[in-house]
Design a binder for this molecule. Structure first.
Ligand code: RIB
Length: 279
């Protein structure tokens, strides 16, 4: 039985809707405020669980506070196995302050908190066919766990967000990198067999393959990249070709930007299939 495992962050997103994102020194008034489950890792796990019946598990850290319990519960209610979301006492649950402008663009500041407390690392990758990583957790922990996942024969995907220099030991354990354009530029990456670049409104490119985005009116692009990665892994895990997986991921990410928030914007499998049929 295949299994999809996501290793990464869980944050409570504090989302401010504004006419425009303030420049340094400026104060703007928000037209709305919401608290929404987020964190790049949790977003990927949540989105994957909405898209597949393949078992999905989350590996992460939260603080011993009400935010942590709520984030774990939000994943569990869509069927994500949260046994490896450990509660730590050293730091509070991660939070993200997100400003979203009228055009759907955002700016994000993350306070990592518990997401950076990995005193204990367990090998939880037996039976995992796909393992997804991002970089909102310590690089050393990601490197160790990517090595463990690879040793179990899993296909490993790293979203290098936020971008930082990647040690060779980590790269050796990663099958696919999925930066956005600014991360690709920061890391000196170009599309090839091991690099898929998410190009926002221009689509995505993996080696020779390019898939344009679907036409949508963007409300909020937060977590579109997370939804893309989740959907890509789901489709590959279900045996789809690379091109079909990119098309599936493009629809899922496109639908996600039509809604506000991170996990609140993840589409269901039925919604993606229904869009596919209409095309
Ligand atoms: O990718 C979007 C996510 O980045 C948000 O949910 C926020 O928590 C930050 O981790």
């Amino acid at each position: 039985m295949s299994r999809l495992v996501v290793v990464g962050s869980l944050n409570l997103d504090l989302v401010l809707e504004c006419e425009r994102i303030p420049v340094p020194g400026e104060t703007v008034l928000a037209s709305g405020f919401r608290q929404i489950p987020g964190g790049k890792g949790a977003n990927q796990a949540y989105a994957a669980a909405r898209l597949t019946s393949v078992p999905v598990a989350m590996v992460g850290r939260v603080g011993s506070d009400s935010f942590g319990a709520a984030l774990r519960q939000n994943l569990a209610q869509v069927g994500v196995d949260t046994r490896d979301v450990l509660t730590v006492d050293e730091a509070p649950t991660g939070i993200a302050i997100i400003t979203v402008d009228r055009g759907g663009q955002n700016s994000i500041v993350v306070s990592s908190g518990a997401n950076f407390v990995w005193n204990q690392i367990d090998d939880v990758f037996a039976g995992a066919s796909f393992v997804l990583f991002q970089l909102e957790t310590p690089l050393e922990a990601v490197t160790t766990m990517a090595g463990m996942a690879k040793a179990h024969g899993a296909f490993t995907i790293l979203d290098p967000a936020p971008a930082r220099p990647l040690p060779q030991q980590l790269l050796d354990s990663i099958d696919l990198l999925t930066p956005n354009e600014s991360e690709a530029a920061a890391l000196g990456l170009a599309p090839d067999e091991k690099v898929l670049i998410k190009q926002g409104a221009s689509g995505s490119t993996w080696g020779e393959l390019h898939v344009p985005t679907i036409p949508v009116e963007a409300m909020d692009t937060t977590a579109a990249g997370d939804t893309y990665n989740a959907a890509l892994a789901v489709a590959l895990c279900e045996g789809e070709s690379r091109l079909a997986a990119m098309q599936f991921a493009t629809i899922a990410a496109g639908l996600s930007v039509t809604r506000i928030g991170a996990q609140t914007s993840a589409p269901t499998r039925a919604e993606v299939e229904s869009y596919r049929l209409k095309r």
